[in-house]
Structure formats: structure tokens, C-alpha cells
Design a binder for this molecule. Structure first.
Ligand code: NAD
Ligand code: GLY
Length: 350
């Protein structure tokens, strides 16, 4: 097992390793004084791991309630959020009790937002079961739901009390979803760590899960500790994401987030190389690694549609859009580009 410590507005540990769910009850009992625990999960994950989590919590003296909603991004909305809050109120959950987010990023974001707002904030533990949730969404306290006008438009910064990442759960992930999460792992390597990049290039999908997840969590943790509220260093975690959000949007969300991030990273790296920010070979290396993970490096969309879609993203600041550009593997910068230049910048990366 590996442990990473986060010291932000609150401090907590992220534990990563095999068979960790068997320790859940003890960990939860050490986290809160109340003895009601509410597991929030989705219709795919709960049948796989719900009973085990319930049993471990009961063995440590918890009265356990479970709330399960239909799997998928379409559940990450105001309706499910209010159903969770009502479920908590109906079961007289108090501020000394505990929520547990058992699942991927959808479960984590919804549960975190419910925890941030129910009774003005109750404790929650993240139990990530996708690669994306393990290396990204369970760490750093961004919680959100989608609104009809767009993704993640309502949310809060609210840190969990603990993250328990049981790497055994990743074995039941469909291959496509596993691969999708790997786009975020590649992102950390390009942003911060040539050694991680080399490990991934050597091992491909057979990378050492515990070590790599722990390293990504450490790298994300460093960004969060420097900039919890996302006004500086944390923005770098959006490498490839501005274009990715455009691609997801243009495809009507038929292109998955991970695949869109992969395309976005490849494209922005080629554009950065064309504009002289990094050598052409750096962009080629990034594309080679993405392709090695079975992820795409090209998009069918035009520079014009990509730029327009990207400019409706919430990362735009007035007349400037902040792009994350590689200068080398492990070294990226935040570059403010005037919005009218985005189309030409993107075109060079197509
Ligand atoms: P997800 O939660 O929808 O999970 C993907 C699919 O895998 C779902 O069908 C789920 O039921 C299934 N699944 C999960 N774990 C499984 C397992 N172990 N075995 C079998 N099936 C399993 O999607 P995701 O990719 O984990 O997360 C995407 C969400 O995360 C998006 O809503 C995105 O906005 C959010 N996100 C949040 C942050 C943040 O910082 N809060 C960061 C990145 C992404
Ligand atoms: N997913 C980016 C962040 O947490 O800031």
C-alpha cells in the first residue's frame, strides 16, 4: 500500500493498494464520531462492491444506508443531487455521520457536492473505482453536478476526509473505460514527470498500477496544495482539456472524455511545436505514447469549430484563453493567448 498526504484547507490521506476495501469499516470509524454511514454508488459499481463495503462498515459498528442511481454522466444532475439530499434527510443523517462515494468520477462528484451542501457540510470518503477517479477526480476536492447549460456548472471545492483506492476494483473495468483513464495518467507524465513518461512508454497498459496511481496522486496533490482554488498551478491539470471539452461537445458526447483528452493533448502539443514552444520530437513522443495506449491522436473537427467550441469553455478569461503548452516532457507552461488567435493556433496542430 502507498499513502499520499494532502495538506490543503483540510488535510487528509490517500491510500492506494490491493484489498483496501477490507479495512473500510475501521478507517471510517476512525474518521467520524457518528455511526450512520451512507454509501452512494451507481448501478454498475454497487452490485460489484456494495455488499463488501456494507459488510466492512457494519463490522465496525455502522448502521449502513445505500443510495444507488443509474450509472452514467446523465445522472450527474440536479435531480439525482436532490434525491440524495432527501434520502439523507429522510434517514435523519446528522453532521457527525459519513457519506462514502463508491464509484467513478460521476459518483464522486455528485456525492462530494451532496456532502458539501447537506447540513452545510458533512464528512465524506472517496472510494474511487475507475482509473480517472483514482488519479484525478477523487483528489483535490472539486465537486460538481451538470446543468442543462453545461457540464460541472454547479459545484463546490470541498475536500474528502480520506480517499481509499482499492486497486483490485480496476480489474472489473471495461477495457475502454480503463484506457480512457490512462489519458489522465499520460497527462501527469507530460506535465511533470519524464520518469513516469518513460515507465509508461516501456510498459504500456501493463504499467505498475499501485506505483503509477500513487505517483499521479502525488503530482495532483502538489498542484492542489499550491493552488487549491484553481487560479494558478492547478490550471495546468487542464492540459489538452480545453480542446477536449470542445471535441466532447461537438460530438454530442459520443467521444468519451478520455479519448477527447488524448486528442486534445496530441493536438495542442503539435500546435505548441509549430509555434516554437517545444521541439517537433516532443510532440511526436507524446502522440506515440497516446497511440500506444490505444487512444486517438487526431480529430475530424476543423480548427474553426474546435476554436468556437473551446471558447465557450469556462476556462476563458475575457479576451484571453489560457492554454497549457508543453515545452518539454515534464515541463509545461500556462500561456495566455488572445482569443482571436486561437483558430490559427489550433490549425497548426491539426
Ligand atoms: P463514471 O463515473 O461514469 O464511470 C465510468 C463507467 O464505469 C460507469 O458506467 C461506471 O458505472 C463504470 N464503473 C466504475 N467503476 C467500475 C468498476 N470498477 N468496474 C466496472 N465498472 C465500473 O466516469 P469516470 O470516467 O470515472 O468519471 C467521469 C466524471 O468525472 C465526469 O463527470 C467528470 O466531469 C468528472 N471529473 C471530475 C474531476 C474532479 O476533479 N472532480 C476530474 C476529472 C473528471
Ligand atoms: N481535474 C482538474 C482539477 O482537479 O483541477
Amino acid at each position: 500500500m502507498k499513502t499520499v498526504s494532502i495538506k490543503a484547507s483540510s488535510s487528509y490521506e490517500i491510500k492506494i493498494g490491493s484489498r483496501l476495501f477490507s479495512t473500510l469499516g475501521q478507517e471510517a470509524a476512525a474518521t467520524v464520531s457518528g455511526r450512520n454511514a451512507v454509501i452512494v454508488s451507481d448501478s454498475n459499481v454497487f452490485p460489484l462492491y456494495g455488499k463488501k463495503a456494507e459488510e466492512s462498515l457494519r463490522n465496525s459498528g455502522f448502521h449502513v444506508f445505500s443510495f444507488v442511481f443509474p450509472a452514467g454522466e446523465s445522472s450527474k444532475n440536479g435531480e439525482t443531487y436532490l434525491r440524495i439530499l432527501n434520502f439523507l434527510a429522510q434517514n435523519q443523517i446528522t453532521r457527525s455521520d459519513l457519506l462514502l462515494a463508491l464509484g467513478g468520477g460521476v459518483v464522486g462528484d455528485l456525492t462530494g457536492f451532496a456532502a458539501a451542501t447537506y447540513l452545510r457540510g458533512i464528512a465524506y470518503i472517496q472510494l474511487p473505482t475507475t482509473v480517472l477517479a483514482a488519479v484525478d477526480s477523487s483528489v483535490g476536492g472539486k465537486t460538481a453536478i451538470d446543468l442543462p447549460a453545461g457540464k460541472n456548472l454547479a459545484g463546490a471545492f470541498y475536500q474528502p476526509r480520506l480517499v481509499l483506492c482499492d486497486t483490485d476494483t480496476l480489474s472489473t473495468l471495461p477495457a475502454e473505460i480503463f484506457r480512457d483513464g490512462c489519458a489522465e495518467i499520460i497527462k501527469y507524465a507530460v506535465l511533470y514527470d519524464p520518469g513516469l513518461f518513460a515507465h509508461l512508454a516501456e510498459k504500456g497498459l501493463d504499467f505498475d498500477r499501485e506505483t503509477v496511481i500513487a505517483r499521479c496522486v502525488e503530482l495532483k496533490g502538489n498542484a492542489v496544495m499550491q493552488d487549491e482554488f484553481d487560479t494558478g498551478e492547478r490550471m495546468k491539470l487542464n492540459l489538452g482539456h480545453t480542446l477536449a471539452h470542445g471535441i466532447e461537445h461537438l460530438s454530442g458526447f459520443a467521444v468519451s472524455h478520455g479519448r477527447a483528452v488524448a486528442m486534445g493533448m496530441a493536438l495542442i502539443s503539435r500546435a505548441a511545436a509549430a509555434a516554437g514552444f517545444c521541439p517537433e520530437e516532443t510532440a511526436r513522443e507524446i502522440s506515440r505514447l497516446i497511440a500506444m495506449f490505444g487512444l486517438p491522436t487526431e480529430t475530424e473537427y476543423s480548427a474553426c469549430s474546435l476554436a468556437n467550441a473551446a471558447l465557450s469553455d469556462k476556462k476563458r478569461f475575457g479576451d484571453v484563453i489560457r492554454l497549457i503548452l508543453p515545452r518539454a516532457i515534464g515541463n509545461c507552461i500556462i500561456y495566455p493567448l488572445p482569443v482571436q488567435q486561437l483558430h490559427f493556433f489550433v490549425e497548426a496542430g491539426l
